[in-house]
Write a protein that binds this ligand. Sequence first.
Ligand SMILES: Nc1ncnc2c1ncn2[C@@H]1O[C@H](COP(=O)(O)OP(=O)(O)OP(=O)(O)O)[C@@H](O)[C@H]1O
Ligand SMILES: [Mg+2]
Length: 248
Amino acid sequence: MTPSLEARSLVKRFGALTVTDSLSIGFERGARHAVIGPNGAGKTTLFNLLAGALRPDAGQVLLEGEDVTAAGPDARARTGLSRSFQRNNPFPDMTVAENLETALAIAGGVGRVFWRGFGHYRSLAEKAREIAGSVGLNMVGDTIVRQLSYGMQRQLEIGLALAAAPKVLLLDEPTAGMSPEETEAMRHLIAGLPRSITVVLIEHDMDVVFGIADRITVLDQGRVLLTGAPEKVRDSAIVRERYMGSGG
Ligand SMILES: Nc1ncnc2c1ncn2[C@@H]1O[C@H](COP(=O)(O)OP(=O)(O)OP(=O)(O)O)[C@@H](O)[C@H]1O
Ligand SMILES: [Mg+2]
């Protein structure tokens, strides 16, 4: 089966430093695929290469089987790749619903929204409510984003990414800086995303990784150390030794 998203022999250098070292990886359709590894392993760089924010020095990126290596981030987004950044910048003085409606309008093409008239506006509001529900924000649709907790702001970021109706969603450390309660809410949200979306998740919290992922890749110095089912990764001597404490 053609992977939803695939990197083939990707190379990225920053000066003398090879950050992505002939890296090949496939993300199967509908997978919950976690990418783990130590700080500086090249995880975020891989996302930048996949999303088109960075151009590789060599290798290809294929999205739904199509070579998008030469395509920029916007074209890849239109082909179905969405990402949530460390910061996704919702509009802080607008409500949750207004943010989602704006994201939906942009995703649908702002021009079209105007000539489609009120019927379309109503469907935008409905769609925004649906997304708010799917990211656990159904009770705070009318709340100004600035007044949301940090955890809820990050839930909204995923909602904004979902507004583009992605086929593939890249999440870079969605639980970073969260309290245990916020982390649990985020874990629940990601676990509940529709299976039609391929989710690729960079995450340091191993409870979140093993709670969500059906496939795990360990990156180390820009290379794939290991890819496999969670049990295989958990049982791997090298992973236990390096990333989970030797006693683990
Ligand atoms: N724009 C850049 N210019 C130069 N070096 C960079 C650049 N971006 C990243 N690097 C370096 O590339 C390496 C990999 O960085 P990257 O951010 O991809 O790691 P990471 O696995 O996401 O780490 P973390 O877990 O800390 O987020 C690091 O050594 C980093 O300093
Ligand atoms: Mg990173």
